[in-house]
Design a protein around this ligand. Structure first.
Ligand SMILES: NC(=O)c1ccc[n+]([C@@H]2O[C@H](COP(=O)([O-])OP(=O)(O)OC[C@H]3O[C@@H](n4cnc5c(N)ncnc54)[C@H](OP(=O)(O)O)[C@@H]3O)[C@@H](O)[C@H]2O)c1
Length: 160
């Protein structure tokens, strides 16, 4: 898999690197969810099976793709058994990796852009984490800053 300008990731991460706890988000940040919707609308979104199970249903206005070796095809979504099989179907669309931890770890260094919400909280007992992105990405733009979070866009450093 090579870096593609059409492959991007979006995540919300606590100060101590946590993205999930007991199969759910550790916080409720409606402001951040609005940004998530705005940024991903009209794109393909690819998520791990556990993230899919954490959602109330299909996220509208986006093609919902799920990565799983165990799930059957389900109405309204597409299920892929490998990352490469999903990437081979992107065509000229934008694909957003939307989590969770396992999927970010497997794909982050191949993403061209990262939209990262830095949640201004420390989360105890988190069980899903974001990989260290600092080695691969540089911040290029702050999209939003408030008391609860800061949203920045990061760009992949040139490959060596
Ligand atoms: N803060 C955020 O931005 C954010 C975003 C998304 C999710 N989350 C949180 O993250 C947590 C879930 O993350 P997680 O790491 O536990 O699980 P996950 O990445 O959502 O899902 C893991 C599952 O995805 C499938 N999978 C992953 N990599 C694969 C590969 N290379 N090939 C084929 N299948 C693959 C496997 O499904 P099978 O077992 O079916 O094969 C695996 O068990 C939840 O708490 C969720 O709320 C947070």
């Amino acid at each position: 898999m090579t870096t593609s300008s059409r492959l991007k990731a979006i995540a919300a991460v606590s100060q101590n690197g946590v993205i999930g706890k007991q199969g759910d988000l550790p916080w409720r940040l409606s402001g951040d969810l609005k940004w998530f919707k705005k940024i991903t609308m009209g794109s393909v979104i690819l998520m791990g099976r556990k993230t899919w199970e954490s959602l109330p249903g299909i996220l509208p206005g986006r093609e919902n793709w799920v990565l799983s070796r165990t799930m059957n095809q389900t109405e309204g979504i597409r299920v892929f058994p490998t990352i490469d099989s999903a990437l081979s179907e992107i065509g000229d669309r934008i694909l957003f990796i939307i989590g969770g931890g396992e999927l970010y770890s497997a794909t982050l260094k191949d993403c061209a852009e990262l939209y990262l919400t830095e949640v201004l909280q420390e989360v105890e007992d988190g069980d899903a984490f974001f990989p260290n992105h600092l080695e691969w990405f540089d911040p290029v733009e702050t999209l939003h800053e408030c008391e609860e979070f800061k949203l920045r866009r990061w760009k992949r450093k040139p490959m060596e």
